[in-house]
Each structure stands twice: as C-alpha cells, then as structure tokens.
Design a protein around this ligand. Structure first.
Ligand code: ZN
Length: 147
C-alpha cells in the first residue's frame, strides 16, 4: 500500500458512498486494491498481536478496572489472531475477484439508448435517429425549417 493506493481507496469509498456506477476497469482496479488493503491489514493485525503479547516483557502493566492485565492482553491477542485470519480470507476473495474481473471485456450494447446523430435527442431500438424528420434531414443534408 502506498499513497497512490490510499488516494484511490478514498476515491472508491466516495464512489460507494455516492452509489456511483463503476466501469469494468474501475471494478478490476477496486478488486486489486481490496486484495492489497486486506493483505496489508492482515500484516498489521499480525504485528499488533505480537506487540500486544510482548508488552508484559517491556512494561509493568495495570488494568484500570482492577482486572488482570495479562488476561486483557490475551483477549486482544486472540482477537488480533482472529482478525488476521479473517483478513487473510478476505484477501483471497479480493485477489480471486481481481483475477476474474481481468477476464471481463466490454462491448457496446446495440440496444443501449443512443443519441440522434442529427439533434442529440435520445433514440430507441438502436436507431441513429430520433425521428423520420432527422433521418430525412441527414439523408438530404437539409435542415427542417423549425430548427
Ligand atoms: Zn434527432
């Protein structure tokens, strides 16, 4: 994970927040970024577990409730172990989704709404024209008088 990845991640979070449609290439990038992010988060959780469990060797610890700080740290260590495991599983799904999205191509849907090549109004049925008036105008090179 580098600064560019974090910037892109922020942009994707914003897109998700806005429920913005994502292009296939953006989905491909997002899957790869999710894999990177979860891999980095798993490494961080593993390090946090090790550091948590090492604290009693470095400090005299106390728990502000009067409970055993060792038991509290053991709980954190266990939770970080579970978090590491879950993040590693999420990384596999992100990586496999990234590989799968890499096989998806895009073609123009001939039934998708298009714009009239004469007046830019929406067309239907894959036509290049919104109306006979525009079809005739394009064929004759003339413009109807009310344009
Ligand atoms: Zn038209």
């Amino acid at each position: 994970m580098d600064a560019e990845d974090l910037t892109k991640f922020g942009e994707l979070l914003q897109a998700a927040h806005e429920r913005r449609a994502l292009e296939v290439s953006e989905l491909y990038d997002a899957c790869g970024l999710l894999a990177k992010l979860t891999r980095a988060a798993a490494a961080l959780a593993g390090h946090m577990r090790a550091e948590t469990l090492a604290l009693p060797g470095r400090y005299i610890l106390r728990d502000d409730t009067g409970d055993d700080p060792g038991a509290r740290l053991a709980e954190v260590g266990q939770r970080m172990e579970w978090a590491t495991d879950l993040l590693q599983k999420a990384e596999v799904h992100g990586r496999r989704s990234h590989a799968a999205m890499g096989h998806i191509g895009v073609e123009v849907n001939p039934r998708a709404p298009k714009e009239c090549i004469v007046c830019s109004e929406p067309t239907t049925g894959g036509s290049d024209y919104c109306s006979d008036r525009c079809r005739i105008a394009d064929a004759t090179g003339e413009q109807p008088p009310d344009w």
